[in-house]
Design a protein around this ligand. Structure first.
Ligand code: C5P
Length: 308
């Protein structure tokens, strides 16, 4: 997770998008967060974060046209700034350097793109600032940044508990093929959780477990996995955005094994049998949707791809 040797030049770290193969949500805790039992899955849609040594501090985002910039947070309020501030405070060093984020993960879509950037920034700045932060400390800092950030460090397929920040990797020897359909309009995560509370005022404190999902993963059979994909936020998300229900029906109608809202949405993902099958489902969905992606998982968490 954390690279070892210091470098003099730029460092690029790649971090993946996530989907939730299982998302069990319990009644809200005293702190307002919901207890989760989730199975995170890292998809091969990745952002690259490059940190370059410099005396001043600056963050730039390179966002391709197909993603759009509307949903990006204003300058100074993104998770990369917060990641840098926490890492620097942990070691008592000043925040400095130039960070550029090359985005390929759909923004504000329930795929934890901002969390991926934060995780990648932690790993890149740890290297550029020559801090040698332990994995344990990096995970603790990541957990302060957001519920999904520790998973972006770990990657692969992993069980998440607590509010999602306690991450335990699981063996996943399959290669699973997904069609990913982002939405042009965002959906607020807190709003979806609030709607879950409105729709399910009697939710049990304990979220439903992921045993069936983990058993299906071990079979490496996408049909078995399709049967047990589960998301407690799907009904609230669809109630807020009925078009997502229509999209899921359409994807399943053109042959996807199963469609699912990703996390709190609005991105929807469709499990397919193979790469070819995913491409054919994607081709059908492209007729009605401006952006349809094909990706496989699991892939690695935040990792160094280049340094000067
Ligand atoms: O942890 P993170 O900053 O990603 O959470 C964003 C929002 O999502 C929280 O402020 C909260 O409203 C909701 N949330 C929740 N329970 C969780 C995770 C997130 O209610 N386990």
């Amino acid at each position: 997770m954390s690279p070892l040797a210091p470098v003099a030049g730029a460092v690029t770290v790649r971090a993946p998008a996530k989907i939730n193969l299982h998302l069990g949500v319990g009644a809200p805790r005293a702190d307002g967060f919901h207890p989760l039992t989730t199975v995170y899955h890292a998809l091969g849609l990745c952002d690259d974060v490059t940190a370059t040594p410099a005396e001043r501090w600056g963050v730039t985002m390179a966002v391709p046209d197909w993603i759009g910039t509307d949903a990006l947070p204003a300058d100074g309020d993104n998770l990369v700034d917060r990641a840098a501030a926490l890492l620097a405070a942990h070691h008592g060093v000043p925040v400095h350097g130039l960070v550029s984020v090359a985005k390929a993960i759909p923004v504000a879509g329930g795929m934890a793109g901002g969390s991926a950037d934060a995780a990648a920034a932690l790993v890149a700045l740890d290297r550029v600032w020559d801090l040698g932060t332990t994995d344990e400390d990096l995970l603790a800092i990541a957990a302060q940044l957001g519920s999904d950030v520790p998973f972006a460090l770990v990657g692969g397929t992993a069980v998440g508990t607590g509010r999602g920040e306690v991450v335990e990797p699981v063996a996943d020897h399959g290669t699973w093929w997904w069609v990913v359909v982002p939405s042009t309009e965002g959906l607020s995560t807190p709003a979806v959780y609030r709607h879950f509370d409105e729709m399910f005022p009697d939710a049990a404190p304990e979220p439903c477990g992921a045993e069936a999902l983990l058993a299906a993963l071990a079979t490496r059979d996408p049909h078995r996995l399709a049967d047990v994909l589960h998301n407690d936020l799907q009904l609230p998300a669809i109630d807020l955005r009925p078009d997502l229900g229509e999209l899921i029906d359409r994807g399943q109608g053109v042959g996807a094994l199963r469609g699912l809202v990703s996390g709190s949405g609005p991105t929807c993902v469709f499990l397919c049998e193979s790469a070819d099958h995913a491409r054919s489902v994607a081709a059908s969905l492209e007729q009605d949707h401006p952006l349809v992606l094909v990706a496989n998982g699991p892939v690695a968490g935040a990792h160094l791809v280049e340094y000067a």
